[in-house]
Ligand binder design. Structure first.
Ligand code: PHE
Length: 339
C-alpha cells in the first residue's frame, strides 16, 4: 500500500508539472484528491491493513495529500499569474493612437446672426418679445392700418388659413400684441419666422425671418430711430458703416423710410454685392402711425414711437457673402459647416 501511495505521489507530481491551464488543474485535482480520487480510493482500503500498520500508512497518506495540495496550490498561483500577465499584455493601450473626435454640431448661421443681433439690441436696453406665426388677420393687417383693399392683402402674397387667420407676413403684428397688453414705455425687438406666397429663387423664399423693433414712450423722435439704427449698423457691419434713410411708405408708420447701409465689401466704391451703388438696403422703418397707437389704446398726443423691421436672412447673407437664400434652408451639412 505504501508503494501505491508513493506511486500516486510520483505520478501526480509528474503530471502536475505538465499542466498549463486552470481547467486542466481543476480536473486533475478532482481526479487525484477528490472524493472519488485516486488517493481517497486507496485510503478506503486501509481497513484491510493490519492494525499496527494503519497509523503509519495513514500518516504517510496525509503527508502525501499535503504535499500534493501544496504543489497544486503553487501551480494554481503560477497559472493564474501567467493568465493575468497574458491578459495585461493583450490589453495594453497604445497611447500614441490619435483619439476619436466627437462630431461637434453648431448653430445654424441664421441662429448665430440672430443671437448676435439680439445681443446688440439687448445692450441698448431692448427686451425680446415673440408672437405666433399663425396670426389673426386683424393683427397682421387691420391694427397696422392696412385696409381690406390693400394690395399687400392679396392672396398672391399671403397664405390664408381662413378669412380671419393667416400665416403672418411680417413680424409687425407682435408690435400690436405688445401694445395691446403693455403700456409705454415699450422697447422690444421681435424676431421670428414669416411667410409670403413667393416663388423660390435666389432672393425669395416663402419662409424667411424678420426682426421687428418697437419703441414707444414720451418724446420719442425720428432722431432716436436714426441713432439706434446707426449704432446697430456699425456693430453689425463695422465702425466705418454709414446709414442712409430714403423716404418710403408703410401704412403703419408716418413718416416712413427705407434704410440703407454703406456697402461693407467695397466701402461705397461700388461692387457686385451693392449693384454698384455703394449702398445696401437692409430694413424698413418709421415713426409709429398715430392711428396704430390709437387702435392699441395708446394716446398719440401723449406718446410717440418708432418701429423698424429687417430681414434676418438678408443680413446673414450680407455678413457671410452668401449669394443665394436657398442655401440657408437646404440644410446641406457641407454648406452649414463653413460658419
Ligand atoms: N413690416 C414691414 C415689412 O415687412 C417692415 C417694417 C417694420 C416697416 C416696421 C416699418 C416699420 O416690410
Amino acid at each position: 500500500m505504501k508503494e501505491r501511495l508513493e506511486q500516486i505521489k510520483t505520478e501526480a507530481m509528474e503530471v502536475l508539472k505538465g499542466l498549463n491551464s486552470l481547467e486542466q488543474l481543476e480536473e486533475f485535482r478532482v481526479k487525484v484528491l477528490g472524493k472519488k480520487g485516486e488517493l481517497t480510493l486507496v485510503l478506503r482500503e486501509m481497513g484491510r491493513l493490519p492494525k499496527e500498520e494503519r497509523p503509519v500508512v495513514g500518516q504517510l497518506a496525509n503527508e502525501i495529500r499535503t504535499t500534493l495540495e501544496n504543489a497544486l496550490n503553487a501551480k494554481r498561483t503560477e497559472l493564474e499569474e501567467a493568465a493575468l500577465a497574458k491578459r495585461l499584455e493583450e490589453e495594453t493601450i497604445d497611447v500614441t493612437v490619435p483619439g476619436k473626435k466627437p462630431a461637434m454640431g453648431k448653430l445654424h448661421p441664421l441662429t448665430q446672426v440672430l443671437y448676435e443681433l439680439e445681443d446688440i439690441f439687448l445692450g441698448m436696453g431692448f427686451d425680446v418679445a415673440e408672437g405666433p406665426e399663425v396670426e389673426w388677420d386683424k393683427y397682421n393687417f387691420e391694427y397696422l392700418n392696412i385696409p381690406k383693399n390693400h394690395p399687400a392683402r392679396d392672396t398672391q402674397d399671403t397664405f390664408y388659413i381662413n378669412d380671419n387667420i393667416l400665416l403672418r407676413t411680417h413680424t409687425s403684428p407682435v408690435q400690436i400684441r405688445t401694445m395691446l397688453k403693455q403700456k409705454p414705455p415699450i422697447k422690444i425687438i421681435c424676431p421670428g419666422r414669416v411667410y409670403r406666397s413667393d416663388a423660390v429663387d435666389a432672393t425669395h423664399s416663402p419662409i424667411f425671418h424678420q426682426i421687428e423693433g418697437l419703441v414707444v414712450d414720451r418724446n420719442i423722435t425720428m432722431g432716436d430711430l436714426k441713432g439706434v439704427l446707426d449704432v446697430f449698423a456699425k456693430q453689425v457691419f463695422g465702425p466705418q458703416t454709414q446709414t442712409r434713410f430714403r423716404p418710403h411708405h408703410f401704412p403703419f408708420t408716418e413718416p416712413s423710410a427705407e434704410v440703407d447701409v454703406s456697402c461693407s465689401i467695397c466701402h461705397g466704391e461700388g461692387c457686385r454685392i451693392c449693384s454698384y451703388t455703394g449702398w445696401i438696403e437692409i430694413l424698413g422703418a418709421g415713426m409709429v402711425h398715430p392711428k396704430v397707437l390709437e387702435y392699441c389704446g395708446i394716446n398719440p398726443e401723449e406718446y410717440s414711437g418708432f418701429a423698424f423691421g429687417m430681414g434676418l436672412d438678408r443680413i446673414t447673407n450680407l455678413k457671410y457673402g452668401i449669394d443665394d437664400i436657398r442655401l440657408l434652408f437646404e440644410n446641406d451639412i457641407r454648406f452649414l459647416k463653413q460658419f
